[in-house]
Design a binder for this molecule. Structure first.
Ligand code: HEC
Ligand code: HEC
Ligand code: HEC
Ligand code: HEC
Ligand code: HEC
Length: 448
């Protein structure tokens, strides 16, 4: 190559970098743009029909309007910031990820979803396709940089469109792109969302399998009505709100330590739980809300059902990982204006069941679902990507056990929001519905 061309190309690269470096990131984006600099998703729909409908079915299009988001934001976060103004900045920051256009337009607190403002566009096509970079060592708290206008940024080089220009950036194929919104730090400097960090520490980052591989899988088709056929990134963004995505995320097997036992024996059942499908921990994301729990029962020869509590392992903080009848989440009393609020039931799952979760604690050391009010984290007892955990259940056969076959069943359930909290806040049922993840069976034979 001629030196002059090399120099020119080098200048182009430098110009790109400088351009990105100058743009504000994170909280510095507040009020730096106007709504009318961004096109509406309906403007993209006329050519990108499939992608539009995929996006519309994903939580991305509801990140501001979904019922639980509205309840937590308006009834807890905004109210909390009114009572304690030191939370105003982080609470405005909810919008930096849930409705970034509103944040960039300085429209905080945005109007309620029922007012049908542009904040309702949530994480729209334009929010994502105007991202040109991010700053910092780890992407988090909407650290992305934005440049709205005629150019739509994407992963594919050299595409031509009658409606806009296109430009490819390698960022669009990287997990860091997603990490901008899927990692979050509380005002106390605690990682309250760390999906991209979990991915980075796990096996999939080493194998170059980014978020896009599993949440935007590629299929042959057209990405626009007038485009040539190619492999196209499907905008599924399916996660905890898709029963099919959750199904079998963790695989279960189980066995007894002896097949044939006398009526007065003690049996030990082992259950293996293998996170075969998720590229991060399970559960991930809004870990303050989400739980998975293992429920094991035995059905004897007369059809009676016995519930088996899990064996304790003895690690620090284990009490938070076993279903118990205790109260928690007292800090909801602050935004709710209830003095000396006793809290609500912590788990809402059968007592003695193993819970896969990580508890979040408020500045007073009480468990919280208000991630912005999180000052410390408890034991991380979630199942890592490709990790296998083993749980055991030691069961002294009941005195009146009939001889014959005893069948054991292990079931792993999942809930997006712990039920006592959902009920207390009036969150519609679907957010706390019990989702089956997987199950396994085994048996023993009891003799005289
Ligand atoms: C008049 C039709 C039309 C409209 C309207 C339109 N696009 Fe496109 N867009 C295209 C075509 C054609 C391509 C190129 C497709 C190809 O060749 O694979 C394209 C490509 C893209 C790409 C891929 C860029 C890359 O480099 O990977 C993105 C991103 C994109 N459009 C975003 C948008 C967004 C966002 C909107 C709405 C604000 C929009 N488009 C509206 C026709 C349109
Ligand atoms: C190997 C495939 C795979 C990869 C890679 C992957 N995921 Fe997932 N993801 C899943 C599966 C399966 C689920 C459903 C089970 C679950 O909730 O963990 C899921 C769930 C989710 C959820 C919903 C969690 C919740 O509780 O609401 C989010 C958000 C998510 N993934 C984001 C990401 C991001 C961001 C990345 C990249 C940093 C990523 N995923 C990488 C497979 C993957
Ligand atoms: C959460 C961010 C996000 C949202 C929202 C989003 N996109 Fe994308 N889009 C991406 C990423 C990332 C890629 C590149 C994925 C890859 O290649 O792995 C992409 C790729 C594309 C492509 C090229 C697809 C291909 O592989 O040929 C088009 C066209 C596109 N998006 C249009 C849209 C339109 C239109 C909307 C709204 C209806 C939209 N996008 C919403 C992040 C997003
Ligand atoms: C601009 C911020 C932003 C970016 C960038 C972003 N997301 Fe999200 N994403 C969100 C928000 C906010 C939600 C939560 C929607 C809600 O309120 O339930 C979400 C939801 C999701 C969900 C659905 C989780 C569920 O509970 O069902 C998945 C899956 C997901 N994102 C994957 C990705 C992937 C993969 C990328 C990168 C290609 C990405 N996101 C980039 C903000 C973003
Ligand atoms: C750094 C970006 C970011 C910030 C800041 C942020 N969120 Fe989120 N939020 C997300 C993402 C991404 C998800 C989806 C994670 C998942 O599916 O588990 C989410 C999920 C949620 C959910 C669960 C939605 C559901 O349907 O299950 C609620 C509620 C919520 N956020 C409220 C808030 C509130 C209130 C604030 C401010 C105090 C806030 N968020 C700040 C990115 C963010």
């Amino acid at each position: 190559m001629k030196p002059i061309i090399v120099l020119f190309l080098a200048m182009l690269v430098v110009a790109d970098v400088i351009f990105a470096q100058e743009l504000p990131a994170g909280a510095a984006k507040l009020g730096t743009h106007r709504y009318d600099e961004f096109e509406k998703p309906e403007a993209c729909k006329s050519c990108h029909i499939d992608i539009y409908f995929q996006w519309q079915q994903a939580m991305m299009s509801e990140a501001y309007t979904h019922h639980w988001d509205e309840i937590e934001y308006f009834d807890l976060a905004v109210e909390h910031a009114k009572k304690d103004p030191s939370f105003k900045e982080p609470v405005d920051g909810c919008n930096g990820c849930h409705t970034p256009m509103a944040y960039m337009a300085g429209d905080v607190t945005p109007p309620r979803p029922s007012e049908n403002s542009r904040a309702n566009e949530s994480v729209s096509c334009e929010v994502c396709h105007t991202i040109v970079g991010w700053t910092g060592e780890v992407p988090y708290n909407f650290s992305f940089q934005t440049s709205p206008g005629r150019v739509k940024y994407g992963a594919k080089p050299g595409l031509v469109s009658p409606h806009h220009e296109t430009k490819s950036l390698s960022l669009y194929n990287q997990a860091e792109y997603c990490g901008n919104c899927h990692n979050e730090q509380s005002p106390f400097g605690i990682w309250v969302k760390s999906t991209q960090i979990e991915w980075k520490e796990g096996p999939y980052s080493k194998e170059n399998v980014p978020c896009q591989t599993c949440h935007m899988p590629k299929a042959r088709g057209r990405n626009a009505i007038m485009a040539e056929e190619d492999l196209v990134a499907q905008h599924l963004f399916h996660g905890a709100h898709d029963p099919g995505k959750l199904a079998s995320a963790v695989e279960l097997r189980m066995h007894p330590d002896e097949r044939e036992l006398p009526y007065d024996a003690t049996v030990v059942i082992s259950v293996q739980l293998f996170n075969a499908k998720a590229g991060h921990k399970f559960p991930t994301g809004s870990v303050e809300d989400r739980i998975a729990w293992l429920h094991v029962t035995a059905t004897d020869a007369e059809g009676r059902i016995h519930h088996l509590p899990v064996d304790r392992k003895g690690f620090t903080g284990e009490e938070y990982t076993i279903g118990a009848d205790v109260l928690a989440y007292q800090d909801m009393g602050i935004p709710k204006g209830i003095a000396d609020f006793p809290g609500v039931q912590r788990d809402g799952v059968p007592l003695g069941d193993r819970i896969f979760r990580m508890p979040y604690f408020d500045p007073q050391g009480r468990m919280t679902i208000m991630q912005w009010n999180t000052k410390s984290l408890g034991v991380d007892y979630r199942i890592g990507p490709r990790e296998t955990k083993i749980e055991t259940f030691t069961w002294k056969l009941p005195d009146d056990i009939p001889v014959g076959k005893v069948t054991f069943k292990a079931e792993l359930f999942y809930q997006k929001l712990v039920k006592p909290v959902a009920d207390f806040l009036g969150v519609p049922e679907d957010e706390s519905e019990i989702m089956p993840i997987n199950s396994a069976v085994t048996w023993i034979e009891v003799y005289e």
